[in-house]
Write a protein that binds this ligand. Structure first.
Ligand code: ATP
Ligand code: MG
Length: 314
């Protein structure tokens, strides 16, 4: 705490200021307050001080400004300062309450770093599960087109499908960048989005797919619907790429007090739970679902097909 008179001189300083600054009260008393301000800020501070005396009111000093004070030993520390004017018999004084802001600033930096890390994670996931899978599907489609090079009508239809898919991927990318929901959900309910995903998947992979969705269950998902869409998209992409399945089933139903989403194929299966896969898909799925309070499991055995199961409390 420090009291500064209208002329800018220290009229009173408390013990805390002695500790913070390294100066004794005797050394501070009568000094211009700029004495505590690092040299490079002094001129500006003097101007602000004149401004304040002309128009005094209680306020935190320099909200969002980085204010630093200089100690006797020349080192500096960040400070939070609140000012309030006080009328006394000998004129106006300004009461400045000071606090060492080092810890607050460090906490702020830590929070900021954490937010950046979370953003990176989120963006990596969205790119992997959304855009990369979408582009992969376009690639598969174009590959299949090569084989049909003798049939111009089929080539034309596939090329126009590929262009549409690229447009969707671009729209999704834009949405991720702005932190919005994936494009497929932007103007749709979860059940419609899942139907559409399956339709696209069926068309591109040739795997006959049945869909069974309880609309009342689907309607209960708000923001978390995004996660369900992305997980389904990745699971279907895995079926297309790895399963060699002929049929698949996507269902979202209620079991007891939970919503259960299943993506089930009759393909060649694999041994889940084995490390060593360089893929991120399964890991992303698990993380997405656990982050929204659900459980994720994969059941698969060679020749028996694969079931990806997500359970979310309702
Ligand atoms: N439905 C499935 N049928 C058969 N094998 C599967 C199925 N789903 C996953 N796998 C196997 O599990 C592995 C890991 O899948 P994951 O999605 O994590 O990675 P990926 O698909 O190989 O790569 P990424 O998803 O990162 O592009 C796959 O490489 C594949 O061998
Ligand atoms: Mg995958």
């Amino acid at each position: 705490m420090v009291l500064v008179d209208a002329g800018g001189q220290v009229a009173y300083a408390n013990g805390l200021l002695e500790t913070l600054s390294g100066y004794s009260r005797g050394e501070l008393f009568g000094q211009l307050i700029e004495f505590l301000v690092p040299e490079r800020f002094r001129e500006l501070h003097t101007k602000h001080r004149f401004g304040y005396v002309a128009n005094p009111r209680a306020r935190p000093m320099g909200v969002n400004l980085d204010i630093y004070l200089r100690r006797k030993d020349g080192t500096e520390f960040p400070a939070d300062i609140a000012l309030s004017p006080l009328q006394t018999d000998s004129g106006m004084v300004v009461v400045a309450a000071l606090r060492d802001a080092t810890e607050r600033k460090e906490a702020q930096t830590r929070l900021h770093r954490l937010a950046v890390l979370e953003d990176r994670e989120r963006i990596a996931k969205e790119l992997h599960d959304g855009v990369i899978q979408a582009l992969f599907a376009v690639g598969m489609n174009l590959q299949a087109t090569e084989a049909k090079a003798g049939d111009p009508e089929a080539v034309r239809a596939r090329l126009s499908g590929a262009v549409d898919s690229i447009d969707v991927a671009i729209r999704d990318l834009r949405n991720y960048i702005f932190g919005l929901r994936p494009g497929i959900l932007a103007d749709r309910q979860l059940d419609q989005a899942l139907h559409l995903l399956v339709e696209e998947f069926q068309e591109k992979s040739g795997v006959v797919t049945a869909v069974q969705i309880d609309e009342r269950v689907a309607a209960q998902f708000g923001n978390t619907a995004t996660q369900l869409v992305q997980v389904t998209r990745e699971a279907l992409s895995n079926v297309a790429r790895h399963a060699q399945a002929t049929t698949c089933r996507v269902s979202l139903l209620q079991h007891d007090e939970s919503a259960v989403l299943e993506i089930d194929d009759d393909g060649r299966g694999f041994k889940p739970g084995r490390g060593g896969s360089r893929g991120q898909g399964l890991r992303n799925m698990r993380e997405r679902i656990e982050a929204i309070g659900g459980t994720f499991s994969v059941e698969s055995s060679p020749a028996e097909g694969t079931t990806v199961r997500i359970r979310l409390p309702l």
